[in-house]
Ligand binder design. Sequence first.
Ligand code: FES
Ligand code: FES
Length: 197
Amino acid sequence: MRKKQLMALSTSSVITLKINGEKHTLPVDHRTTLLDALRERLDLTGTKKGCDQGQCGACTVLLDGRRSVACLQLAVTAEGREITTIEGVADGERLHPVQQAFLELDGYQCGYCTPGQICAAIGVIEEHAAGWPSAVTEDVRPEAGPPDLTAEEIRERMSGNLCRCGAYVSIVEAVARAAQTRQDAATALPDAEEAVA
Ligand code: FES
Ligand code: FES
């Protein structure tokens, strides 16, 4: 009976998190956020803590490919999901196109917000390619297709990520360039397949 009571009162669990393709098993207090598990328990400090209350976007990671603020996500609820942090977005030595665009266009100053900006931008570009409208999209009918990824669209879609240094102009340019790179790759793919056939 006592054992049952103690189990009912247990406030920790052993969980397995799949991060950047690798499994990590660790005991966590149920109140541990995904952000603290990444930074304090697994030494994945690329993900930054800014406000710790969902306001700044510095802690943005990708969960099953969708952007999420890790400070508002309990680690236990991320079990079974594909977690991607800034440490996992490059392809070996090859930077992700969003990283490359930030580098080429100076999309950062101090760089504190940058990991979150990059993870958010990756999510934004995929959401846009999938046809998701934003709050500033004028024609939201499904048959209208994805709106042009204008500066206004990028600013709205990236509005959850704050930059204290004010690198916004370059960030918008970097997101636009990376989106164009993705689109070029997507349109080049069928041609390449035809050439092989
Ligand atoms: S640290 Fe998570 S949104 Fe600011
Ligand atoms: S580059 Fe410094 S906070 Fe964005």
